[in-house]
Write a protein that binds this ligand. Structure first.
Ligand code: AMP
Length: 182
């Protein structure tokens, strides 16, 4: 069976509630038990670091995509064995979605939101064929989901747009959804 390619977008901030770290670590642990490669932004801080640490600890396959300027700032995770250095943020986003079966947003700031919204836009344009999932830890994404509701209600987005993404409250739920689609 084909190895599943999963992309995870998540926070670089370390100054967040421990629940977000627990969710990132748990998802990393669960994903380490199945045949998949997880691609992410290559960082060592915040949820990016927690996810990578967990996957490395549990023997999972994790791959980083990091722009050169972040390497100069020493932001890359030093233990991720497969680290692709790219020239720009745009190249990073493009590679993170290339051959991706499932893209998942964990909680994050403007970087995560921008990455996920680009993936959603690409899906709408049928440039991205994979699945989109949101891990809604502590209902963090409630305002964004409300904004998307508003976009559909006001006809800025089509009525069937809801089919483009799934929302899961817990890492275990998102993992079960991934395993089901495998
Ligand atoms: P945010 O959700 O705003 O924390 O952004 C996450 C995204 O921001 C990552 O995928 C990176 O593109 C970028 N980013 C911001 N700060 C860092 C950092 N210290 N290390 C690595 N990536 C970062």
């Amino acid at each position: 069976m084909k190895k599943l390619q999963i992309t995870i977008y998540c926070a670089s901030s370390p100054n967040i509630h421990p629940d977000y770290f627990s969710a990132a670590k748990k998802l990393g642990e669960l994903l380490s038990t199945i045949s998949c490669t997880v691609s992410y932004g290559g960082g060592a801080s915040g949820l990016m670091g927690a996810l990578a640490d967990s996957m490395i600890h549990h023997g999972g396959d994790i791959k980083g995509f990091i722009p050169h300027f972040m390497i100069e700032r020493e932001w890359q995770h030093p233990q991720v064995p497969s680290m692709h250095v790219v020239q720009s943020m745009h190249e990073r986003k493009e590679l993170l979605l290339a051959n991706c079966d499932i893209a998942i947003a964990l909680a994050g700031g403007c970087g995560t939101l921008e990455e996920f919204m680009e993936a959603l836009t690409w899906k709408q344009l049928k440039l991205f064929q994979g699945k989109l999932m949101i891990l809604n830890t502590n209902a963090y994404y409630k305002p964004l989901l409300k904004m998307l509701d508003s976009a559909v209600r006001e006809n800025f987005m089509a009525d069937d747009s809801y089919e483009m993404w799934e929302v899961h409250e817990k890492p275990e739920e998102i993992f079960n959804a991934i395993v089901k689609q495998k």
